[in-house]
Design a protein around this ligand. Structure first.
Ligand code: HEM
Length: 281
């Protein structure tokens, strides 16, 4: 049983037509296994997180609520999340035996996702701390220390995190690549169906190119099943709830900020104006 389905083109060429749909179940099972193993590890084996301590003189004066996500960033997140769920549901329910007229809902949600991502790229580049989501040298040094601690050979304590821990940065990178892949292939695939944007043109590419396009779209798509399960799992873990809440209300408590974050690595700017507002917009 291969991971692709094949057909013979009118020219007699053997071409891939899409992924084999059992990969949907593989992606689901991998996601569920990850969360079971992680939950057991955290519950029974993980040591208490420890960070290199800062002298108390190095801790700045802070308001009760630390601004974390602007209103624009939160709106983007929830619109993108809604589009992602509609895309997953419309793409995969028909493939697992729940047929319905999915294509129109799917490309509409695809268009919403595409526009929201374009907005996010411009917004993050011009208005947010662009580099805060990319791994830096300190992340790698701390990851090394955490790894040695995990192996029972501690080599010093890691620092507290900047705005985003390394795991979040790596997750963002993988979601970004899979997201861009479904978007680029999805826009091309809109030429195969009737939309409001351009006339249908199934002859735009050769059968082989179309086949590869559907395969890449499907592979990135099933990858997003696993990535979405992992993301939702972390969002609802008890110790992560303050982070999830900050994606709704925009801010987190000073205590949580100081427990996990290094004020030198995630500098809260303009505190005097924000003090008391509880939001970072
Ligand atoms: C979470 C993201 C997405 C997932 C999981 C996903 C998944 C899928 C799957 C499994 C199919 C069926 C392909 C096949 O039959 O081989 C499909 C078709 C399609 N997708 Fe997506 N997709 C996603 C995002 C997008 C985006 C962003 C767009 C547009 C910008 C898009 C446009 C399309 C179109 C037009 C088709 C229909 C092709 C046809 O019936 O010929 N998709 N998608």
């Amino acid at each position: 049983m291969g991971i692709l389905e094949w057909a013979t083109s009118p020219l007699g060429q053997r071409v891939p037509i899409h992924i084999a749909w059992f990969l949907i179940w593989v992606a689901l099972i991998v996601g569920l296994l990850f969360l079971i193993v992680h939950a057991i590890y955290v519950r029974y084996f993980a040591p208490q997180a420890e960070f290199a301590s800062e002298p108390s003189s190095a801790i700045p004066e802070l308001p009760a609520r630390i601004p974390r996500h602007s209103l624009a960033a939160r709106l983007f997140h929830w619109i993108m999340a809604a589009a992602m769920f509609v895309l997953l549901i419309t793409a995969f329910l028909p493939k697992v035996g729940i047929p319905f007229n999915w294509v129109t809902y799917h490309w509409i949600a695809g268009t919403v996702l595409t526009i929201s991502i374009l907005f996010h790229i411009v917004h993050a580049t011009l208005y947010l701390e662009f580099w805060s989501i990319w791994p830096d040298r300190s992340d790698l040094e701390d990851a090394r220390k955490r790894f040695y601690r995990f192996m029972g050979k501690p080599k010093g304590l890691p620092r507290k995190f900047a705005k985003y821990p390394l795991e979040n940065k790596l997750y963002h990178g993988v979601v970004m690549l899979s997201g861009l892949l479904v978007i680029v292939t999805g826009i091309c695939m809109m030429f195969r169906v009737r939309t409001i944007f351009f006339p249908r043109n199934p002859y735009l590419f050769s059968d082989m190119t179309w086949g590869m396009m559907y395969v890449l779209h499907g592979l990135a798509g099933v990858g997003l099943i696993t990535l979405t399960i992992v993301h939702v799992y972390f969002a609802i873990r008890p110790e992560k709830l303050p982070i999830t809440a900050s994606m709704i209300v925009g801010s987190m408590s000073r205590e949580f900020y100081l427990k996990e974050h290094d004020p030198k690595r995630w500098v809260i700017e303009g505190l005097s104006q924000q003090r008391g507002t509880g939001d970072g917009d």
